[in-house]
Design a protein around this ligand. Structure first.
Ligand SMILES: [Cu+2]
Length: 118
């Protein structure tokens, strides 16, 4: 009976340690689509190859934008005045451009940035 409790205790400790490690390996990057400016801020973000990243992109505008990274197969709609969460895990290092993929107005074609993967 005592050994059963000890095993349960050890398993709980292991779950806690593994859970903490997973959380530390996934980083959060916050980006804003700036109101009426057709730009992402920051427009340069970075990550490590093989690392899971949670992109939290808040669209300040009252109309939708898009978030497109060709090489990673990402193309999401950024809902107006809401945060959109996108999970990425770039496998190899390099510079990946990201772009708005919804024709959103006069500044649409300059609405871009880059993801630097080391
Ligand atoms: Cu656009």
């Amino acid at each position: 009976m005592k050994s059963t409790r000890l095993i349960i205790f050890i398993v709980l400790i292991l779950i806690f340690i593994i859970g903490t490690t997973i959380v530390q390996n996934s980083s959060v990057i916050r980006v804003r689509a700036m109101k009426n400016q057709w730009k992402f801020v920051p427009d340069t973000i970075s990550a490590r190859a093989g690392q899971s990243v949670e992109l939290r992109i808040y669209n300040e505008d009252a109309y939708p934008h898009g978030f497109f990274i060709s090489e990673l197969g990402i193309n999401e709609i950024l809902i107006p005045e809401k945060e959109t969460i996108i999970h990425i895990k770039p496998k190899s290092s390099g510079t990946y451009g990201f772009y708005c993929s919804v024709v959103c107005g006069s500044g649409h074609y300059r609405m871009s940035g880059r993801l630097m993967v080391k």
